[in-house]
Design a protein around this ligand. Structure first.
Ligand code: CA
Length: 550
């Protein structure tokens, strides 16, 4: 949640006018046409070459994580709304893809479908399930080695939260001329009330009071200076850690104190120390939708991770490289610079790269003319970054969704079968649009699909621990405008990664590498093979080679 959300009359009208097709599982953009690969057309080298790669498991936070927008993921009970039992029913799928952590968007009671306006931090929304369902989900995840992150929304609550309702009732009844007293109503001071209409404030009903609500009038901002509120936050974290969650994704950390980065860092420091005192392994990743320098400042809080926004989305490094605005070498330089800036702020930081999320247009729409290879390579650029990388549900099959937020949260496209019980109906105000790539069921049968590529890329990421844990070193003698080339080392192993980001074959002399190397994993987007012969690497268009010491 970054930008203020205002429900417009136009949006409501659009929803009313929306035809029944809005609710169907099949979706996408008017310009998109279905692209189908031909199953079994050719045997891709990667399918056989990588077959024996197995994940090297480490008990650390450098994971491959899957973001699940719960409302739209999988419905278990026929009401069309995704739920916790639906997530649990898909854990085999998630684990088979190689995801070893899930981030659930908010699951607490809330009147919206997205639930970023929380009514009760201890509860579970009835549409999503029960506490018992949650316990079953946690247990099943842990049995499969999947960690669970909850979305912790601390910038604001819902206007329906008991804290806000008590404060609003109190102020509305307060006789004029009497100053409010937080001893009489403690939660009055949990929010930011004022007697005048300041920037970012909205009027409290017909009273003479105003409250800060930067995102939407239904989401009053919390006053994170209040000691009693901070104790409430500590108790909320303790409650969910006690139920077995492994950490939290923190919503909107740059908005905690609007326009005051130092205060945001200070609050994150308090929060990080507080949760670590509850559970030393509790992992925190913050949503700081900002530039590299500002993210680096927030890392001074000691927080484990912050999402690496500069690489993500339609304007980020990844898309810019694949669209040719930046050179391949710029991707490597950007990783080196990013790592250096973050490490200087927090030597123990873990990068949290991603390509899209529920607030960002989906990536399949970034390259209109692409029928697969460019989208595949773009996602690899995210999966080959170090740290804990996040993948938004449905990106592994190239779902589409742009424009209004509801479109970015379309139902997971499990299959073309409209009677598939797993399909969700999606947000009510979602527009009707066509998907560009086939459904998961179709892609799972296709060796050349985006989904197969994704699974292979994650397999490679997990087989070489240095990819997620090492520091990026540019291979200066090899890296150029077309081929990204870098190494990472960890635990005595060095991996050399060469990515051909262009539509022509590249040949690279590897004599500048120390010692001899062997080809250890390959990712290719067409039937041409990656070859290493006499110190020369042949990289077909849009392919990736992973080499290790011989
Ligand atoms: Ca349901």
């Amino acid at each position: 949640m970054r930008r203020p959300v205002f429900k417009t009359v136009a949006a409501v009208l659009a929803a009313l006018l929306c035809l029944a097709g809005c609710q169907s599982g099949k979706t996408a953009d008017p310009s998109g046409s279905a692209v189908s690969s031909v199953p079994g057309e050719s045997s891709l080298q990667m399918t056989s070459f990588n077959k024996n790669l197995t994940p090297v498991l480490r008990d650390d936070a450098c994971r491959t994580s899957y973001e699940i927008f719960v409302y739209s993921f999988c419905d278990s009970d026929g009401d069309g709304i995704g739920d916790l039992n639906g997530v649990r029913s898909k854990l085999d799928y998630i684990a088979d893809m190689g995801f070893d952590q899930i981030w659930l968007t908010p699951i607490h009671p809330s009147s919206t479908y997205h639930k970023y306006d929380v009514d009760d931090y201890y509860g579970i929304d009835k549409a999503f399930g029960t506490q018992e369902d949650f316990d079953s989900l946690i247990k099943a995840c842990h049995e499969k080695g999947i960690r669970v992150l909850l979305d912790l929304v601390l910038n604001h609550t819902s206007v329906n939260h008991a804290w806000f309702k008590a404060a609003a009732d109190y102020l509305k009844k307060l006789p004029s001329g009497v100053e409010p007293d937080s001893l009489q109503c403690p939660s009055y001071d949990y929010y930011c009330f004022a007697r005048e209409a300041k920037d970012g404030y909205v009027r409290l009903g017909s009273s003479d009071w105003y409250y800060e609500a930067r995102f939407w009038s239904g989401m009053p901002d919390l006053n994170l200076d209040n000691a009693a509120l901070k104790e409430e936050i500590r108790r909320i974290a303790a409650f969910w850690l006690g139920k077995g969650v492994d950490g939290f994704r923190l919503d909107a950390v740059t908005s905690y104190y609007t326009g005051n980065p130092a205060a945001n860092t200070a609050f994150l420091k308090w929060l990080n120390e507080t949760v670590k005192a509850l559970s030393k392994d509790c992992y925190l990743v913050g949503e700081a939708w900002t530039d590299r320098a500002s993210i680096a400042e927030l890392y001074k809080s000691g927080i484990d991770s912050l999402f690496n926004f500069p690489f993500a989305g339609p304007d980020g490094v990844i898309r810019s490289v694949m669209s040719g605005v930046f050179a391949a070498s710029d991707y490597v330089d950007a990783m080196c610079n990013s790592e250096k800036a973050f490490r200087a702020a927090n030597p123990g930081y873990i990068d949290a790269p991603f390509y899209t999320n529920h607030d960002i247009a989906r990536s399949a729409g970034y390259f209109a003319a692409d029928d697969g290879p460019v989208t595949k390579m773009a996602y690899a650029l995210s999966l080959f970054m170090s740290g804990n990388t996040f993948v938004y549900y449905g990106e592994e099959i190239g779902m589409k969704g742009s424009g209004r937020d509801e479109n970015k949260r379309a139902p997971m496209y499990w299959s073309d079968d409209k009677n598939d019980p797993d399909l969700c109906k999606g947000p009510a105000e979602m527009e009707q649009f066509e998907m560009k790539f086939p459904s998961l069921a179709e892609q799972m049968k296709d060796e050349a699909s985006l989904w197969t590529w994704f699974r292979e890329a994650v397999r490679v990421r997990r087989a070489f621990p240095a990819i997620a844990r090492g520091t990026t070193v540019k291979l200066a003698g090899i890296c150029d405008a077309k081929v990204a080339a870098f190494s990472r080392s960890e635990g005595g192993q060095t991996v050399y990664i060469l990515m051909n980001l262009k539509n022509q074959t590249a040949e690279k002399d590897l004599s500048s590498l120390p010692g001899s190397v062997k080809l250890s994993a390959v990712l290719n987007t067409n039937g041409e093979e990656i070859k290493l012969e006499a110190g020369k690497l042949v990289l077909p268009a849009y392919s990736i080679a992973v080499l290790t010491g011989d």
